[in-house]
Design a protein around this ligand. Structure first.
Ligand code: F0G
Length: 454
């Protein structure tokens, strides 16, 4: 059969409240044109994030009842730890309440003034945590990854030549090398197994640990299976183990590829570093066998990890994005090619080329998607990354709008609706205007900045 169906049926539903365009205009004004300030009940299709928004399975809901809420030594922790180690063979697995908590602990140990941490592309919370520690976050993405039209199969790869140059010239300043799989900020693009292994080899040659931000490890592994030479016959779980066995640690948000609504972990091989991480964990998250989570959350993660490597699921997952991308392309909407693992990224800078980058074409498109169709998306561009550490502003590398797909939540009819809304916007895109920022915080400004349309 050619139709790739949602490989699940729906047992429990949540209603979607439908709104009118006039209502949405008023809601946008009240939210100061920042979609993070909307109430989710006022959103028809919520593509703000794939994080924490997964539909849990019947088995995960059942697993919640097995949660043991003991302060120390809960069997839920040991099930969680075993599920992680079955895929990512690290010596120490330290639960945290979500990904950024793992990043904050890691950065408190290896960050600090005068240091520089390279990656393919740091996600915004990782960058925020590195910079908050006083260190520099450096993105060394392959050139093809910065070209929305390039169809390179692994646009998340790190540029190994630039990494080597950095290690050669500023090696003493580098405490660790990072890789984000998939590369969220660059379009949900995968990193090849070869690139992961070569990065590890290079880092180790200079005596540096490799830390993988593994939020979307299963999607990345399935891309490897589909696209990388010699990987087609392998089980996804094998590929996952192969991705992580060369790394020295990982940070993880279980809100992505563990189908959990909350949770994360920091994993490390180094005993001394893990010891210091656990000391920090007790101060900020909790005892090392729960780390800011309830025992039931640990159970949901353990079960989710067993489900996310299912190939029928992953095939449907990647196909959803590809389907939307193909239809947007047919409408003439410039999109980041090829489609990513968790999202479709629209090239708003090209789509709205009458709006200069510092009038935020990505934000303008995101606002239009909400006004026209109640769709909530997320700008990944000059709003998110434009502010410099000296307080100035510079256009980001790209101005993208991310349509992030919650896992197992929306159906093909929802996807068709999204495409239809785009069709309306295409017809009147020259009428869209940019915005200016009238209020903003020091860091991570996209969450709370206030805008006014120009
Ligand atoms: N790393 C990556 C690649 C991420 O995408 C995220 C979160 C994090 C780390 C932080 O994890 O949210 O559990 O603290 N990304 C979400 C998103 C927020 O919408 O892309 P967290």
């Amino acid at each position: 059969m050619k139709t790739i169906i949602e490989p699940f049926r729906i047992k429990s539903v949540e209603p979607i409240r439908l709104t009118t365009r006039a209502e949405r205009r008023a809601l946008l004004q009240a939210a100061h044109w920042n979609l993070f300030a909307l109430r989710s009940e006022d959103v028809t299709i919520d593509l703000l994030t794939d994080s924490g928004t997964s539909a849990m399975s019947a088995r995960q809901w059942a697993a919640l009842m097995l949660g043991d809420e003991s302060y120390a030594g809960s069997p839920s922790f040991y099930r969680f730890e075993a599920a992680v180690k079955a895929l990512m063979p690290f010596k120490h697995v330290i639960p945290t309440h979500q990904g950024r908590a793992a990043e904050a602990i890691l950065c408190s140990l290896i960050g600090g003034a005068g240091r520089v941490i390279p990656s393919n592309t740091h996600f915004d919370t990782t960058r925020g945590n590195i910079e908050a520690s006083g260190a520099q976050a450096l993105d060394l993405l392959l050139a093809e990854g910065r070209d929305p039209a390039s169809r390179h199969p692994f646009k998340g790869n790190i540029d190994l030549a630039r990494l080597q140059a950095l290690l050669e010239e500023r090696g003493v300043e580098v405490p660790a090398v990072m890789l984000t799989v998939t590369n969220n900020a660059g379009g949900g693009q995968p990193v090849s197994l070869q690139n992961i292994h070569a990065t590890a080899e290079l880092a180790h040659r200079y005596g540096k640990p490799l830390i993988i931000d593994g939020c979307r490890f299963a999607e990345n592994a399935y891309f490897i299976k589909l696209r990388e030479r010699g990987q087609q016959g392998r089980a996804v779980a094998d590929i996952v183990r192969d991705m992580f066995c060369v790394a020295d640690g990982m940070t993880m948000s279980a809100k992505k590829d563990a189908f959990a609504n909350i949770g994360g972990w920091l994993a490390l091989n180094d005993d001394g570093l893990a010891q210091r991480a656990r000391e920090r964990l007790i101060l900020t998250e909790g005892f090392p066998t729960y780390g800011g989570l309830a025992g039931r959350d640990l159970e949901a993660i353990a079960q989710g990890l067993a489900e996310v490597i299912d190939e029928d699921y992953l095939r449907y997952r990647l196909r959803t994005n590809e389907y939307i991308l193909e239809r947007l392309r047919a409408l003439g909407v410039p999109v980041m090619e090829p489609s990513g693992g968790h999202a479709v990224f629209v090239d708003a800078r090209a789509f709205l080329d009458h709006i200069p980058p510092l009038q935020y074409p990505g934000q303008a498109l995101a606002v239009a998607l909400y006004e026209y169709g109640g769709i909530r998306s997320c700008e990944i561009g000059s709003v998110m990354f434009g502010r410099q550490s000296d307080g100035g502003e510079r256009p980001a590398m790209m101005d993208l709008v991310r349509l992030a797909m919650p896992r197992r939540v929306y159906t093909q009819a929802h996807a068709d609706y999204v495409v239809e809304v785009f069709g309306e916007i295409v017809a009147s895109r020259r009428e869209l205007r940019g915005l200016k920022i009238v209020e903003q915080p020091q860091r991570l400004r996209h969450f709370t900045a206030r805008f006014e349309p120009l």
